[in-house]
Write a protein that binds this ligand. Structure first.
Ligand SMILES: Cc1ncc(COP(=O)(O)O)c(C=O)c1O
Length: 398
């Protein structure tokens, strides 16, 4: 019986240049990004400058995770405890976690079968709730119509914060994600497009947001060691009234990340090639639907999602089990319990009223998710589609 001999969960390897840079940092002992005599050329400071130039953003602040970047983005754009924050209901736990961390209340917005935020529901929920912040996840790399979304949010006076954990290197109509909202938040966690194990990057053009993020992240008043930074007068406004939350990025993380930035374009080419092959083969299978993707969306697809129809719960679980037994590890967003990087909002018991909005519940009910490791070969894409096809055909055996 055909079996996939590839660990689909393997993260991108750290290039030799990253390993050498990490070793240099370790040997120097300068793991912490600040020091009385440091200057502005620490690994963390250089990463900020390089990422800002790559993205076209005025400022970038390096922190210890994307979750921290989102939390700080909420605080720095004025969220106070009890305020409401709109967020698409299809996302991952760190996103409602950031809202909870800020002491704010979530307002869940529906997603469409194409896995993007439903703009009509967004307009309705914004008006009904009075929320004036949107924490928008480009979840699993799927980008909503950003032209329409920004026009809507501008009209309603909504501040947009983009969660670009899954879209580093991706664009909508030629504009990179993270450049539409007031703040863009990126992740360097192992499964992301740049793998430094952990880490987050907060990008903004707003000097007050940038200065506050630096101070909150814990700069010990050494903010002059940030190569890309707002002017002194901006820091003066905030320096004595901003607590230090110690959410800094370590130089070790930055050293592992920096040499990966120039590799992004080639990684995107490989991921999108494998995604394209899988998408063509899987779309041909009966009862299986992939999200439709508009031309303006220039994605970087390091995972693939598809919905399966016509199976009861037991049949669907058995289908997933059989695929997994043959090496094709599929995750299930609609599973009854949160497990292994998946959950639905009804399972976020820390919310005041955990629930999944109805249209999103339907979308997620039979939604499968599979990682695409950079090492996946063209032939293995065919093997995966064949295994899924065979197991779909056996659906009646459950
Ligand atoms: C959609 C989404 N947003 C944000 C994050 C947070 O990233 P981090 O783990 O760097 O906090 C993740 C992490 O997997 C994610 O999947």
């Amino acid at each position: 019986m055909l079996r996939l001999e590839r660990d689909l969960s393997a993260p991108p390897a750290i290039p030799e240049a990253g390993i050498a840079a990490v070793e240099t940092v370790l040997r120097s002992g300068w793991l912490h990004r600040y020091g009385e005599t440091m200057g502005d050329a620490s690994e963390a400071s250089l990463l900020e400058a390089e990422f800002a130039s790559m993205l076209g953003s005025r400022y970038v602040v390096a922190v210890n995770s994307c979750g921290s970047a989102m939390f700080l983005a909420l605080l720095c754009t004025g969220i106070k405890p009890g305020d409401r924050v709109l967020m698409n209901a299809f996302t991952l736990a760190p996103v409602p976690g950031a809202v909870a961390h800020a002491g704010a209340e979530h307002v869940l917005v529906e997603v469409t079968p194409d896995l993007v935020t439903d703009l009509d529901d967004l307009a309705g929920k914004a008006e009904a709730s009075g929320a004036r912040h949107l924490l928008l996840s480009h979840m699993r790399g799927h980008i909503a119509d950003m032209g329409k979304l920004m026009r809507l949010c501008d009209r309603l006076g909504i501040t947009v914060i983009e969660d670009c954990a899954h879209t580093m290197g991706a664009s909508w109509a030629g504009r990179p994600t993270g450049r539409f909202g007031r703040v863009g938040c990126f992740s360097l966690q192992a499964y992301k497009h740049v793998n430094a194990g952990e880490g987050g990057l907060l990008a903004t053009d707003d000097p007050d947001v940038a200065a506050r993020a630096v101070l909150y992240s814990g700069s010990y008043m050494l903010y002059g060691q940030h190569r890309v930074r707002p002017d002194e007068a901006t820091f003066e406004r905030w320096r004595d009234v901003t607590p230090n939350y110690s959410l800094r990025m370590s130089n070790l993380v930055a050293a592992a990340a920096r040499p990966q930035l120039p590799l992004l374009a080639e990684r995107a080419r490989i991921w999108n090639d494998r995604y394209g092959r899988l998408a063509v083969a899987l779309s041909a299978l009966p009862g299986l639907r992939l999200p439709q993707r508009p031309q303006e969306e220039e994605f970087v697809q390091s995972s693939i999602q598809f919905a399966v129809s016509g199976m009861r719960d037991a049949q669907f679980s058995a289908f997933l089990e059989r695929c997994r037994a043959r090496g094709v590890y599929l995750k299930w967003f609609g599973a009854k319990q949160a497990a292994g990087y998946t959950s639905v909002s009804a399972q976020w018991g820390f919310l005041r009223d955990p629930y999944t909005p109805p249209a999103t519940a339907e979308v997620l009910e039979r939604l499968c998710d599979m990682r695409i490791p950079l090492t996946l070969t063209e032939a293995e894409c065919g093997t995966i589609a064949a295994i899924i096809g065979e197991e779909l055909a056996r659906r009646s055996e459950a």
